[in-house]
Ligand binder design. Structure first.
Ligand SMILES: [Mg+2]
Length: 232
């Protein structure tokens, strides 16, 4: 979802950390590795268009109604659950996603960064709130899956990443050392929950969509592109 709050200009905090103190890299998918334009377009344009036809209302009215419903379940697993939305909206959401999957795109320099992590021997995990159906559509479309030691979706953990307890349960699953872990995510609330749990290095992805203005974090180091994390 695109937040339409008044824009406040925040100075960028540049990342500065020692790679040799990190052995695990965790990366979010939507907005971090993949262009969030796909998700914004899907939920804010494509779904409202279909919803307006089914309910015989204007697209504008449909969008307003839907955004209210999206916001009500923000930061919960329902938000990412395609079956939940299919049922709630009376639309076949996975089918609609398949129809626009040509818009799914990997951000520039992502593959170079994954290659770097592999070369220097970091454990690499994709950690996403995305539903398993969405995940498989996107991994198939982008071919980024094989780069990762493991791909974990929040439904497997049973909590959304915004909950600090998520990171404890994840530690039980993966056995990572929080202090030696770097997490990059385009949702600041996720970074805050990981921070609370004690993850050592947090990076905010400021350019989540190719079509939206860049917005830096006030608290965490930000990047526009992953090439900024590759030492020269
Ligand atoms: Mg994200």
């Amino acid at each position: 979802m695109t937040m339409q709050n008044a824009e406040k200009v925040v100075a960028k905090i540049f990342p500065d950390f020692p790679w040799d103190e990190i052995d695990t890299v965790m990366l979010d998918m939507d907005g971090t590795l993949l262009d969030k334009h796909f998700d914004d377009y899907f939920w804010e344009v494509y779904v409202p268009e279909h919803y307006s036809l089914v309910h015989n209302i204007s697209v504008e009215e449909a969008r307003e109604q839907l955004i209210t419903r999206y916001k009500a379940v923000e930061n919960t697993l329902d938000w990412t659950d395609l079956e939940y939305w299919s049922h709630e909206l009376g639309l076949d959401i996975p089918e609609l996603k398949m129809r626009v999957n040509h818009l799914i795109g990997v951000h520039p320099y992502v593959v170079e960064f994954l290659e770097f992590c592999l070369t220097v021997g970091k454990k690499l995990y994709l950690i996403t709130n995305a539903h398993s159906r969405t995940l498989s559509i996107k991994l198939e479309k982008t071919s980024i899956g094989p780069w990762f030691d493991r791909v974990i979706c929040a439904e497997e953990v049973g909590l959304a990443k915004e909950d600090p307890e998520f990171w404890r349960r994840l530690e039980e699953i993966l056995g990572y050392d929080p202090k030696r872990t770097l997490l990059a995510d385009d949702t600041e609330k996720v970074l805050r929950s990981a921070d609370e749990y004690g993850l050592g290095y947090l990076i905010y992805v400021a350019r989540s969509s190719s079509r939206q203005p860049v917005r830096y974090s006030e608290k965490y180091p930000s990047i526009d592109y992953f090439k900024e994390l590759i030492p020269r």
